[in-house]
Design a binder for this molecule. Structure first.
Ligand SMILES: Nc1ncnc2c1ncn2[C@@H]1O[C@H](COP(=O)(O)OP(=O)(O)OP(=O)(O)O)[C@@H](O)[C@H]1O
Ligand SMILES: [Mg+2]
Length: 503
């Protein structure tokens, strides 16, 4: 590969302040034609802020952007797109009620007037990218992976020179990930430049040509991916070596304390075609990991148990808490009995994004079973929030930050705090470390283990096999709507668990 001397893009001394506090300081960043450049760093390091500035979503407080040697300034994302810069958002920017084709040609009036032609063109575009997406389907009917495909297709259609991916793989299955990586390779061959943000360091090492690491809003290092290892990346990210094992097994000690009290029993539970006649039990004082491929009914099962599933969906079967049959119609009823579900969909149902961290945690508190009532002072509310943000190490630039002002990984911690103030006896974590950085994953894992040590019944649903293997005292495998296998930590290896999930 020949490397041109002038980079395609240069960001010079870029800074960003939010309400007077620096999120990014004097960042120099450059991007070459046809390279995949990974930006890595802890939660809150400033990765998203940097690419939001580049894509015109957020104005910089200082600094310059040069594209092909010329200085540019973007008043908004539309202007950045006209310069060939496209961003594939994790929470997509598509219009849900419109069809795929309409979204692809959004803002392109002439296509709206020739609807049939639009569908044919969209079909050809999607086919050329090898995306199995129906152009006539509405975007709201699509899953995450397919929505992402539509976003990518749109960037390709706009002949973007720079495509930015901010944590594109967090919600993808391994097959979908593979597909995305092949596509990124093809884009690179076509001389498209890619910025790739991810907390999966192995992925970044595999896919990228160069790596830039940010820490606390500062540029730490940029270099060829070949020059990095997982360890050196982590060291640059956190500024020290992580001494503890990332996936420490605290489970051994707990395993010795048998027998255990059965807290939850599920018999022949069914819901439409998603949950099919599934049966299993959950015990106090242990972490039960539920592994399954995306779409295997794990989330739906959890939502029925916790009263989150919509009640107009028929579901048959028997759910018992401490031996008595329960069927919660609302999350509030479940929380009243100490059954709490920590959502995987933090944007959609995790919090009130325009409220402060304190208010969100407080809302968790007042819906709990030991609620002292609504009449709590500002000061009590703050104190409650502070103790939790300390415990979970939630970082914000301002202490009264609204949740929407937090970085993705810190938002996830707020969702967890909000659930823990509800004083659960049975807590279900759905993908608890999605979007969370390596250091914080270890913290959250320790916290989950400690909950089991305190006697809670803990369920962890995850598509990330290392997470399941390291956390669980017991592993249930879900496939096509039901639990198909139970494995002890001794029996469970990547191979045995994967085998049960697939065959
Ligand atoms: N709109 C905003 N208002 C105030 N502060 C903000 C806003 N957006 C981001 N921040 C702050 O800027 C800092 C950098 O956030 P950013 O989202 O860029 O981090 P990140 O590296 O993408 O982290 P993550 O890996 O968790 O997604 C954080 O401290 C965050 O709280
Ligand atoms: Mg981010």
């Amino acid at each position: 590969m020949t490397v041109p001397v002038t980079p395609l893009l240069e960001m010079k001394k870029v800074a960003k302040e939010y309400r007077g506090v620096a999120a990014l300081k004097d960042i120099d960043f450059d991007l070459r034609r046809g390279e995949v450049h990974a930006i890595l760093g802890e939660n809150g390091a400033g990765k998203s802020t940097l690419v939001k500035i580049l894509s015109g979503a957020v104005p910089p407080s200082a600094g310059e952007i040069h594209l092909e040697g010329r200085r540019v300034q973007f008043a908004g994302p539309a202007q950045a797109r006209r310069h060939g810069i496209a961003m594939v958002y994790q929470e997509t920017s598509l219009v849900p009620a419109l069809t795929v084709a309409q979204n692809l040609y959004l803002g392109d009036e002439k296509f709206f007037n020739r609807l049939r032609g639009t569908y044919i063109e969209a079909q050809q575009l999607l086919q050329s990218l090898n995306f199995p997406v129906d152009p006539t389907a509405t975007v709201q009917s699509l899953g995450t992976a397919k929505r992402q495909m539509v976003e990518i297709a749109r960037a390709v259609r706009l002949k973007a020179k720079i495509i930015i991916f901010d944590e594109p793989t967090a919600t993808l299955t391994s097959e979908e990930k593979h597909h995305l990586f092949l596509l990124i390779d093809r884009l690179r061959e076509d001389q498209v430049s890619i910025i790739f943000i991810s907390h999966a360091l192995e992925e970044a090492l595999e896919i990228s040509d160069r790596i830039t690491i940010l820490r606390d809003g500062l540029h730490v290092i940029t270099g060829d991916a070949k020059a990095f290892s997982r360890d050196t990346i982590v060291r640059h990210m956190v500024g020290r070596s992580l001494t503890h094992e990332l996936y420490g097994r605290a489970a051994d000690e707990r395993a010795a304390r048998l027998p255990r009290e059965k807290v939850l029993s599920v018999q022949n539970l069914s819901m439409q075609n998603v949950v099919r006649n599934t049966s299993f039990s959950i015990f106090a004082g242990q972490v039960t990991g539920i592994f399954g491929l995306v779409g295997s009914g794990r989330t739906e099962t959890a939502k029925i148990i916790a009263g989150v599933a919509k009640r107009d969906f028929f579901h048959g079967g028997d759910v018992r808490l401490d031996g008595s049959a329960v069927r919660y119609r609302t999350p509030r009823q479940a929380v009243g009995d100490g059954v709490v579900y920590v959502t995987e969909d933090r944007k959609g149902e995790g919090f009130f994004e325009t409220m402060s961290v304190a208010e969100n945690i407080y809302i968790g508190q007042i819906s709990s079973r030991q609620s002292p009532g609504i009449a709590t002072s500002m000061r009590t509310m703050r104190a409650l929030a502070t103790s939790w943000t300390k415990k979970l190490n939630v970082k914000a630039l301002n202490s009264d930050a609204r949740v929407i002002e937090l970085s993705g990984g810190n938002q996830q911690k707020v969702v967890i705090a909000k659930s823990l103030v509800q004083k659960p006896r049975l807590i279900i974590f759905d993908e608890p470390t999605r979007g969370v950085d390596v250091g914080a994953i270890a913290e959250i894992h320790q916290l989950i283990g400690a909950l089991a040590d305190d006697g809670l019944a803990v369920i962890v649903i995850s598509s990330y096999l290392p997470e399941i293997l390291s956390l669980s005292d017991r592993i249930l495998v879900s496939r096509q709507g039901r639990i198909v296998a139970e494995l002890s930590p001794d029996e469970a290896t990547s191979a045995t668990v994967m085998f049960a999930a697939v065959y």
